[in-house]
Structure formats: C-alpha cells, structure tokens
Design a protein around this ligand. Structure first.
Ligand SMILES: Cc1ncc(COP(=O)(O)O)c(C=O)c1O
Length: 357
C-alpha cells in the first residue's frame, strides 16, 4: 500500500508523564485516513495532521450510527523500541464488527500497515511505562443520505494518543453496581461488535452507578437477567472455589483480546480455568460464603482491574457485598503483572504477541 505522507513533525513540549495523561484526552500530531466508495474499494491512504475534518451533517453515521472502532496500545520497551500488542487480533475483530454492521472489510494486512505507519510516525509520543500510546482505529458511514440503508461511502481512520492508566482510582479496587434495570446486549444484537451504539446505550447505567458511588456496572443477560456478561467496557473474571471462571462469549459479549491472553497465561501458570455461564445469585452467595474470592475486569484500557465491592439495589435498598478483603487478590495480581511484563517488554514475549514498529 502506498501511504501518502502529508504528516507534520512535532515533538512533545515536555517529557511525557503517565501520571498526568488522563485516558483519551490528548492526541498525537498525526492521523491516518482512507476512503471507500461503492465500486472503488479502499483508496487514498494518507497520514495527515490530526484535526477536524469536513463532513456534512447528513452523513449517515450521525443518524443511524453505522460506526465501528477498535482499541489497542503501543508500548515503549526498555531498549527504546516500540511495540503493538496483538494488533492482528484487533484487526480480525474489526472485520467481524464490519460484517455485523454491514460495512466493507479492511483487510488485516492493510490495517496492520496503517497502524504501524502511524505509530512509527508519532513514536516520540509513546510515553514511558506505565504509560502507553493508545491506538484508536474506526470506520464511519459518510454517505449524505437519510434513508435507512447501508452507506455507499465510508471513512476509515486511526487516531493515537499518549495515555496513563484508565481508572483514576490508582490501586483502589473498583466498586461495581449490578445493572438490574438495563441490558447492554441481547441475543441476535450487536453485543459482540465494537460499535458506538453499544456504548451510547450503556451511558445511563454508568451515570446511575456513579450516583451510587460506583465506578461501573456489572451487565447481566437480556433474557433471564441473571447470567453475568461483562463489567462496564471490560470482560469479567471470577475466582470461584479457587477456579478462574469467566462467562463464555456467545454473541452478546465482546471477545476481548485481554481475556483471551489471560486465558493462555493462566493455563501456562497451571491455574484452573473454566468458561461457563455464571449466575449473579451464585456470585452473591459465593461472596457471602467466602467461595468467591476475587472479581476483576480485564481489557486493553483497564488491563486487570480488581473489584472490591459489588452493590445491588433492590426496591430502593442498597446491599453491599465485599469481595474478600476489598483489595486486589493474588490471582488478579499475578495475571496483571505477567501480562504487563510482556506488554512493557520486561519479560520475554514467548507467544509472539508483540509486533515491533
Ligand atoms: C464492551 C467491552 N468488553 C470487553 C472489552 C475488552 O476487550 P479487549 O481486551 O480486547 O480490550 C472491551 C474493550 O475493548 C469492551 O469495550
């Protein structure tokens, strides 16, 4: 692919400090753009200065949400090299999302070339550990039309931005509200796709969670309202009777790259690991009886984030269930440290997960 280079050169004014880089607030100087038109496939790949683009308010993405995105990170290793973590897995998921949202596929090799070219261009913006350069590929429907149908024009773009840790709680474990009144995804819906509408529909629950002093919500299934699915915008894992347990991805759950990587690491460490349906009652009883000793979310942004308290509001009455001593447990700690060591280049990458820029 011949990428047109209209980029700018700009270095950070001061050394990047991960402690002062809130998630997703600052962006690197350049971005990648590429167009698709019916009959013309993908064309005009280019790296241009980061900034606003001109788009009509009749663009279909603004009305019907035909949009997908991805999220991954690049890491500065001790030897000064820069690496992406498993970008092929994100590229493959982007294609699955595109199919579900009736959008054109961007071939994996094209996505990887675009990401590597852009991160390479702005490599000076990769902050030191524990910071990362967040990479946000996305695709939007740009046809100017108000009929409800698939767009005949699309824009694929990638933004990057230096970032510190996702949760501003530091090492404090999360307080999580069980979402009894809302669902994130239903069978046959778009839960397994990374599309904006899933997140728009989750914001109200997140706001109510904050009113209860919680950081996020625990999503239950849409049919029986008892199978645990996800935790905010991360996958969720439990330690139940000493077994690392997570719900199966069956169409309503996003297939997380972190989840998949932790499963591999856990098996290598000899930790018992199962994927099976988990009922919320089982967790509440397990917390009361001491059989459920850990709960944690896992995802690119949050890495591994321990849950310290589960909050359930029933007919206006708030019940709080503490997870063990309310702090990160040994399983979460071991997995978090093992994963981060590989990502940040302080442990050998025996799986071939890191892709050098
Ligand atoms: C809804 C949802 N679930 C799970 C995840 C975790 O996926 P990954 O580990 O690929 O970041 C994410 C984040 O991408 C997400 O948005």
């Amino acid at each position: 692919m011949e990428i047109r280079d209209d980029s700018v050169s700009r270095l950070p004014d001061a050394p990047l400090d991960p402690a002062n880089l809130p998630f997703g607030r600052s962006f690197s100087p350049n971005m990648f753009l590429m167009d698709w038109d019916e009959g013309q496939d993908w064309h005009d790949p280019r790296i241009v200065p980061y900034g606003p683009i001109s788009m009509s308010l009749s663009a279909m993405v603004l009305h019907y949400g035909q949009e997908i995105f991805e999220g991954l990170k690049s890491y500065l290793h001790p030897d000064g090299s820069v690496h992406l973590f498993r970008p092929d897995r994100n590229a493959e998921r982007f294609i699955r999302s595109a199919r579900r949202l009736s959008m054109p596929e961007v071939p994996v090799d094209v996505q990887l070339e675009a990401m590597l070219a852009l991160v390479g261009r702005d490599r000076a913006w990769v902050p030191p550990t524990p910071g990362t350069l967040y990479v946000r590929p996305a695709m939007i429907a740009t046809q100017e039309a108000l009929g409800v149908h698939s767009s005949n024009r699309f824009l694929y773009f990638i933004l990057t931005g230096p970032t510190g840790p996702y949760f501003r709680t530091g090492t404090r474990a999360l307080r999580i509200l069980i979402a009894r009144d809302w669902v994130r995804a239903a069978p046959g819906g778009t839960g397994a796709a990374k599309t904006g509408g899933n997140y728009a529909g989750s914001l109200l629950a997140g706001n109510v969670a904050r009113q209860h002093g919680c950081d996020q919500v625990l999503w239950l299934d849409a049919v029986e309202r008892r199978h645990i699915e996800e935790l905010g915008a991360t996958n969720v894992m439990f330690v139940l009777d000493g077994v690392l347990t997570t719900p199966p991805t069956s169409g309503t759950i996003l297939e997380g790259v972190t989840r998949e990587s932790l499963r591999i690491l856990a098996r290598e460490m000899g930790m018992p690991f199962v994927e099976r349906p988990i009922h919320i009652e089982e967790i509440i009883q397990g917390l009361q009886a001491g059989d459920c000793t850990e709960i944690f979310g896992c995802g690119t942004a949050a890495v591994v984030s321990a849950v310290g308290e589960l909050v359930d509001v029933n007919r206006g009455e708030e019940h709080v269930y503490r997870v063990d001593d309310g702090h990160e447990g040994p399983v979460a700690k071991k997995l978090r440290e093992a994963l981060m060591a590989i990502q940040h280049g302080t442990a050998p990458d025996t799986h071939g997960w890191m892709v050098k820029v």
